[in-house]
Ligand binder design. Structure first.
Ligand code: NAD
Length: 475
């Protein structure tokens, strides 16, 4: 691999695409050419699955402690190369180096957390109704895993799937986003350097329908683990479901941040800005709905608008198409009578920069309130009281995260009990996951599995119950 050309990584080797075709990858920050990327097809996907299948047996036979040590070595090497990794991510996504460094650190932390499971991986023992029996659980690898991911936080997105997958004894084929090919390719090679056997993590680059779908449809793939939009998730779950493969879908969100009448408004403004606009709003956990009690609405919005005016560059969105889609959605809301308080337009003419956008006067069931935009756009909703706030939060096809700002612990707990969300945050942003916390949403945000935490082990391994006769002579 050169910086200019990103081939596939199959069985530990660089492989140009069998299709002979390449994609151009541009820098979102200024629209300039960054590299060309393998535009893989079914043949490339099949070769990677074959490599994974071959590597799987020997890898699965190694002990969990041993596999954990390899994951630790990868995490430590990634920490050593923090700067190089972060520069690649900043270049291919357009995000700031500071943000990219934080993401590299998060990927390292995930590796260290997963590595520690090598000396835990606790199972259960239980009783049996028959005498002279004992029952215990074992974890078995699932087999070959296809990992399909989004571009938004490229290294953590890889780490959240590839590390627990390899730790659990699977061999994987990673299909990174066509918008973030370089960091995934780089990390794939870093894994080899740190001691991961060839074929345990393969990387197939390209477009979803061409390079990703063949993985999902391949009978040899036992697990399809996906992070991306609900629309794509639906397609993948349908295809994987036809052959009854295990599927894990980590999907989008339309996350709400609620500002109650007893909130610290300054803090609520700061967290709203961070939640709605950091990484240009390209977070599954971004706050794209801000729900504010009538009693403090005007004061809060005045301070929020002032905050938007003070914001530094929030970074570009990932592609021109994404930028056009976001601007069109805001324009449609405006045409339908919404007020665009700030933003709603492109910034500059180089790269794909959308101004941080605040919109009010949008119905709860209007597209701008319901559909995930994955950009720096937040919709404001004015509500009478707590009950209406909860009703608005829950009036959504999604249920990933939600936040509430209040000084009342009772309100905070009631909020957590009443809203349908995988993560609830009190007095901070709509995000707040860490490697040891299970993450995943309800409704169209996911299919019930959690990633990260020890819950990830349930995704990447199968629990087997062993029912053992203690003394056969007594049976
Ligand atoms: P996307 O659904 O467009 O793409 C995700 C991945 O799927 C990419 O690798 C893409 O190439 C592939 N893909 C696309 N169409 C495909 C098809 N027909 N067949 C097979 N593969 C296909 O999503 P995106 O724009 O990359 O990411 C943004 C989405 O990801 C948002 O909805 C965001 O909320 C979600 N996301 C969720 C989480 C989470 O943990 N829940 C985390 C990050 C991002």
């Amino acid at each position: 691999m050169t910086a200019a050309e990103v081939p596939n990584l199959v069985a530990g080797e660089d492989r140009p695409p069998a299709t002979g075709a390449w994609l151009d990858k541009t820098r979102p920050g200024d629209g300039t050419h960054l590299c060309r990327v393998a535009r893989s097809g079914a043949e490339d996907a099949a070769a990677a699955v074959a490599a994974a299948q071959e590597a799987h047996v020997a890898w699965a036979a190694r002990t969990a402690v041993d596999r954990g040590n390899v994951v630790r070595a990868i995490a430590e090497l990634l920490r050593e190369r923090r700067e190089e990794a972060s520069e690649i991510v900043a270049d291919e996504t357009g995000k700031s180096l500071e943000l990219a460094r934080g993401e590299t650190d998060a990927a390292v932390e995930m590796g260290l957390f997963v590595a520690g499971e090598g000396r835990r991986s606790y199972g259960r023992t239980t009783t049996a109704s028959m005498a002279n029996r004992t029952v215990l659980t074992l974890r078995r690898p699932v087999g070959v895993a296809a990992l399909l991911i989004s571009f938004n936080t490229p290294l953590p997105n890889v780490a959240w799937k590839a590390f627990p997958s390899m730790f659990c004894g699977n061999a994987s084929v990673l299909k990174p986003s066509e918008h973030a090919p370089l960091s995934a390719a780089w990390l794939g090679r870093l894994c080899l350097e740190a001691g991961l056997p060839p074929g345990v993590l393969n990387v197939v680059q390209g477009l979803g329908p061409e390079a990703g779908m063949p993985l999902v449809e391949d009978e040899r793939v036992d697990l399809v683990s996906f992070t991306g939009s609900a629309g794509t998730g639906r397609l993948l779950a349908e295809a994987a479901g036809r052959r009854l493969a295990k599927t894990v879908m980590e999907l989008g969100g339309k996350n709400a941040l609620v500002v109650c009448d007893d909130a610290d408004l300054g803090r609520a403004v700061d967290w709203s800005l961070a939640s709605a606009f950091s990484n240009a709003g390209q977070r599954c956990a971004a706050a794209s709905r801000i729900v504010v009690f009538d009693a403090v609405y005007d004061a809060f919005v005045e301070r929020l608008v002032a905050g938007v005016d003070r914001l530094d560059d929030v970074g570009p969105v990932v592609s021109e198409e994404s930028m056009e889609r976001i601007l069109a959605a805001v324009a449609a809301a405006r045409a339908a009578g919404a007020s665009v308080l700030r933003g709603g337009e492109r910034v500059g003419d180089a790269g794909w920069h959308v101004a941080p956008t605040l919109v009010e006067g949008v119905a709860v069931d209007a597209p701008l309130s319901c559909e995930e935009l994955f950009g720096p756009v937040a919709v404001l909703h004015r509500v009478r009281d707590f009950d209406e706030a909860v009703a608005v939060v829950d009036d959504s096809p999604y249920g990933l995260t939600a936040a509430v700002h209040t000084r009342s612990v009772h309100r905070a707990m009631l909020f957590a009990e009443r809203v349908a969300a995988g993560v609830v945050v009190v007095n901070a942003g709509t995000y707040g996951s860490e490697p040891h916390m299970g993450f995943g949403g309800v409704r169209s945000s996911g299919t019930g599995w959690k990633e990260a935490g020890v819950e990830a082990l349930d995704v990447y391994s199968e629990t087997q119950y062993v029912n053992l006769v203690v003394d056969p002579d007594l049976a």
